[in-house]
Write a protein that binds this ligand. Structure first.
Ligand SMILES: [Mn+2]
Length: 444
């Protein structure tokens, strides 16, 4: 049995469903996967509904109601016990590490076939592989971008090759700052957060001057030009200028972060956010993080009104990111074995991890960053980020988060990015534990 036969089998089961409910995760991959399933079900002539949740828990599963046919996407693989209790026919399309075998559940998961779902395929890709509708193939790539799987490898690159062959996606290696297609050049640089470009990020005046000094046109007739509008020669000038600028700030290494695989979605309106894989993915993420996954699903399914609403959510999302990063840059403390950012009451828990990661743009890379915020229940959400170099030295934040919180909360994740949730009166205990965990890998 291989991955694709498993996918076919899942489709056969789904074909027998009468009125299924699709339950998806609230992030970009979960939302695109939900949209792929929704499109596929509609094509099969099935009435269906969708539900988006943050995690599999009794509280969230109570929202399922009477549905007896469930399709979980981007969720479920590791939640054996809770899902096993449900009285329904269940299909799980997930790419997270899978737990022990389930009795009443049919799961499609790359890990079952020795394929690393962490890097080679996301849930939107798995869901696409089940339904096989070419009309949603771009969503498989958008989901993978959302799950940080770019550049595409393994099964992702198979999907990408197919989309390229069908002229649905064009793939290039290029400047990969956000807003390549839709953002006027000055804003393209002003709002660059990843990488953070000292002297340019958050400084519109400097950005305008920088572009003028390079001799790059900002406007043509009345239209503000975007990177996409520039001639090849102008694009080269800009790229060289940015690399030189970073070198002059002693950030030569950061300049590789300017480039990446970029995906132009040829089946979307030209020159809009939707025609760029990164921008599409950010738009969908903004919907999920603002608890409006429904809008994100609408965008994926070509709903014009949803697109307008999503743009508003994205503007708000980027505003809180800008505010968060500027707060983080001035309020991060050095606590010895790690940097610490207290974002409680200032930075929303939904973006605290992103902010933590961005702090490396100005902090030395010799210790991990731990940042905290309050979550919706008033508990402390902890997010940790470490560099590749630190991981090579033995830093494992997933383990750190788990061990440091085990007496009073819970935590886990990857070596370089992990999180925990702890009661608000146990912060000091947590930080002392975390420091001890780093004892043998990071010096003060
Ligand atoms: Mn995912």
């Amino acid at each position: 049995m291989d991955f694709y036969s498993r996918c076919e089998e899942a489709k056969e089961i789904i074909k027998q469903f009468k009125e299924p409910l699709v339950i998806g995760h609230y992030d970009c991959d979960g939302i695109t996967a939900t949209a792929v399933a929704s499109y596929g079900l509609k094509k099969l002539g099935k009435n269906h509904s969708t539900l988006t949740i943050r995690k599999v828990s009794d509280r969230e599963l109570a929202k399922i109601g009477n549905s007896k046919e469930l399709i979980f996407v981007d969720l479920g693989a590791s939640s054996t016990e809770l899902i096993d209790k449900l009285d329904a026919q269940i299909v799980i399309l997930d790419h997270h590490q899978t737990a022990a075998k389930k009795s009443n559940v049919f799961e499609v998961n790359p890990h079952m076939f020795g394929i690393d779902g962490g890097v080679e395929i996301c849930s939107a890709g798995v869901t696409y592989s089940v339904f096989q509708d070419l009309e949603t193939i771009h969503l498989a790539i958008v989901g993978a971008i959302g799950d940080m799987q770019a550049p595409m490898r393994g099964l992702n690159s198979k999907i990408l090759e197919k989309a390229v062959k069908e002229k649905i996606i064009k793939c290039d290696r290029d400047l990969s700052l956000f807003g390549r297609v839709s953002r006027p050049l000055t804003w393209f640089l002003t709002y660059s957060l990843d990488p953070y470009i000292p002297g340019l990020t958050a400084n519109e005046e400097n950005c305008t001057k920088f572009l003028e000094d390079l001799g790059i046109r900002l406007k043509e007739n009345e239209k503000w030009l975007t990177y996409y509008d520039l001639t090849m020669a102008e694009r080269e000038k800009l790229v060289t200028g940015l690399v030189k600028h970073l070198y002059s700030k002693g950030l030569g290494k950061t300049s590789s972060g300017l480039f990446g695989e970029v995906y132009t979605l040829l089946n979307q309106p030209k020159g809009t956010e939707l025609s760029d894989g990164n921008e599409f993915s950010t738009l969908i993420n903004a919907c999920g993080r603002n608890s409006r996954a429904d809008i994100g699903i609408g965008v994926c399914l070509d709903n014009k009104d949803a697109y307008e609403q999503a743009k508003t959510l994205l503007a708000l999302h980027r505003k809180s990111l800008r505010e968060g990063i500027s707060y983080g840059l001035t309020h991060t403390e050095d606590l010895g074995r790690f940097y610490f950012l207290d974002g409680r009451n200032i930075i929303p828990d939904g973006i605290i991890g992103i902010i933590a990661g961005m702090l490396y743009s100005t902090k030395a890379r010799n210790k991990p960053i731990i940042a905290i915020a309050y979550d919706e229940l008033g508990e402390i959400k902890v997010s940790g980020r470490a560099t590749k170099e630190l991981v090579e030295l033995g830093v494992n934040l997933g383990k750190l988060m788990k061990n440091s919180s085990s007496d009073f909360g819970f935590g886990g994740g990857h070596k370089a990015a992990a999180g925990a949730t702890i009661p608000k009166d146990r912060l000091n205990d947590f930080l002392l534990n975390a420091s001890r965990e780093l004892e043998n890998t990071v010096s003060n």
